[in-house]
Design a binder for this molecule. Structure first.
Ligand code: PLP
Length: 390
């Protein structure tokens, strides 16, 4: 059997985890089944004893060979012992958060974390006596100061997905490790190709695989990459009891999507960099929030902990007139109005950003640069500026 243990990321994306080729099939089959059967009770009992470790299959709510292929690839890419895939990014996030909490625990989270996680921390977890502190996170000392004796988790998202603020991952992870506090990071923006939080000491690496990893806007999926121990416990607890594991067919689509991740991400990066630089010179634009621009406020940190940027950024128009901003977005003909990002298609959403993220409330326009021609995308933006008078 071929081995891809020591391969580069591009080769891992194509082949790792799929070495067993039933009938020589170049694409692995989908094990589209809910359960696995056994010849004897002895075999059944043996399989049950090791299925939480992923060493045997009993029931697809806990594990399935098609799901395992995506998981093995993701663990290898993130440099962790293991990974598990979930029915959505939020299923991965909430399972990871729950896996380290107990009644009375405290969570420190960056204030730019994904909105539904904020809701989980603010509206849901207090029912179980779990409290939280939000921090800006740009200065690690602010994170350290927010830690209490009962803090069980420090949650990062770097870069965030609205104004793209970064946290100093290594400094925060090493402080938390010394104090025995678990760390988690949402690594969706960077993908495993452009940022390796496990190498910087983070315990749980999370993704919305709905975005770049799936890459075609045809699945919702999530990832937790971590140690064998943490994931074995998560399998026994959150995965088995909440039923959050990804189903075989979307797992197969995820593996298919990942094969082209490296070429897609490179293309998103090049096109977004070209369009963000052009917008940063545009007379109607006050500010472009894009991590790879030379003017980005945390440039040194970006160069230190990331290997590249991807396709998502936002800009603040000089005119803050909501009607003009809406007219601009309505005038776009290639960009489509929609949440999410990371697929083939360019997307746009106007957002009034919460004062916590900025000195005062501001309208920003978030763009996701898809795989279309950057020339067509710039022509589209140019005509929308003209039509709307923004
Ligand atoms: N993390 C980030 C940064 C996101 O943008 C999203 C979704 O938009 C999520 C997590 C949640 O992922 P999902 O929609 O797959 O549940």
């Amino acid at each position: 059997m071929r081995s891809f243990e020591n391969s580069d990321a591009e080769t891992i994306l194509c082949h790792f985890g799929e070495e067993q080729k039933p009938h020589g099939a170049v694409v692995p089959p989908i094990y589209q089944n809910s359960l696995f059967t056994f010849e004897t009770i002895e075999d059944f009992v043996k399989a049950q004893a090791i299925s939480d470790k992923g060493e045997a299959y009993v029931y697809s709510r806990v594990g399935n060979p098609t799901v395992t292929i995506a998981e093995r690839k993701l663990a290898k890419l993130e440099g962790t012992e293991a990974a598990r895939v979930f029915g959505s990014g939020m299923a991965a996030i909430s399972s990871a958060v729950m896996s380290v909490l107990e009644a009375g625990a405290h969570v420190v989270a960056v204030d730019t974390c994904y909105g539904p996680l904020r809701t989980f921390l603010v509206d849901y977890l207090p029912r179980f006596g779990v409290s939280h502190t939000f921090v800006d996170g740009a200065d690690p000392q602010e994170v350290f100061d927010a830690i209490r004796p009962e803090t069980k988790l420090v949650y990062l998202e770097s870069p965030g997905s609205l104004v793209f603020r970064l946290q100093s991952i290594e400094a925060i992870a090493s402080h938390c490790r010394k104090k025995g506090i678990a760390t988690a990071i949402d690594n969706t923006y960077a993908t495993p190709l452009y940022q390796s939080p496990a190498a910087l000491g983070v315990d749980m690496i999370l993704h919305s695989a709905t975005k770049y990893l799936g890459g075609h806007s045809d699945i919702t999926a999530g990832v937790v990459a971590s140690s064998f121990d943490r994931l074995e416990r998560m399998t026994k607890n959150e995965i088995a009891t909440y039923g959050t594991l990804l189903a075989p067919f979307p797992a197969w689509l995820l593996t298919r999507g990942m094969r082209t991740l490296a070429v897609r991400v490179k293309r998103h990066e090049e096109s977004a960099n070209e369009i963000a630089s052009w917008l940063s010179e545009h007379p109607s634009v006050e500010l472009v929030n894009h991590v790879s621009l030379p003017s980005f406020g945390q440039r040194e940190l970006f160069l230190k902990q990331m290997r590249g940027s991807t396709g998502l950024f936002s800009f603040q128009p000089k005119s803050q007139h909501p009607a003009k901003i809406i007219a601009f977005v309505d005038a776009l003909r290639v960009f489509q109005i929609g949440v999410s990002w990371g697929g083939f298609e360019s997307l746009c959403v106007p957002l009034e950003v919460h004062p916590m993220y900025m000195p005062s409330s501001k309208w920003i326009i978030r763009l996701f640069i898809g795989l279309e021609s950057p020339r067509d995308l710039m022509t589209d933006l140019r005509q929308a500026f003209e039509c709307s008078g923004l």
